[in-house]
Design a protein around this ligand. Structure first.
Ligand code: I3S
Length: 126
């Protein structure tokens, strides 16, 4: 067993449903638009795929998927002023895109938090 599993930054692979909205794009605040997505974490890539025909992500997103490069990104629990929802993670990319990730399922969102922290290489807060 690894001596420090919380710090491993090996390939994390995870996929499943997450509610997502962009809140900032290229450093500019944009209007929220919560969307149910199929999220796929593989290596440094986090891909969101629309689960319905009504896919619209952030501003003008014609393609029904959105990819996030996790290199240099940060993830933490969103503060209450960011959303009234529970279980909200805030993900900031190096290019100035900010996303909120949410699930009503406490265990599921914690799994995502751990996987994202491990990918990025930051310790998982207790
Ligand atoms: O941060 P905000 O503006 O209170 O976010 C809410 C809005 O995006 C709202 O849509 P309208 O732009 O049509 O008002 C959404 O329905 C809410 O879900 C957003 O807030 P939460 O707290 O759910 O993230």
């Amino acid at each position: 067993l690894p001596s420090s599993p919380k710090h491993q930054s090996t390939d994390q692979e995870k996929y499943g449903l997450l509610n997502v909205t962009k809140i900032t794009e290229n450093g500019k605040k944009i209007r929220k638009n919560w969307t149910s997505t199929w999220a796929v974490l593989q290596g440094w890539s986090l891909l969101f795929q629309g689960t319905g025909a009504s896919w619209k992500f952030g501003g003008n997103q014609s393609k029904p998927e959105f990819n996030v490069d996790l290199k240099g990104a940060t993830v933490e629990w969103a503060t209450k002023d960011k959303s009234s929802k529970k279980n909200v993670l805030e993900l900031k990319t190096i290019t100035g895109t900010e996303l909120l990730l949410q699930s009503d399922n406490d265990g599921w969102i914690k799994e995502w938090h751990v996987a994202l922290c491990n990918t990025i290489g930051i310790p998982v807060p207790e």
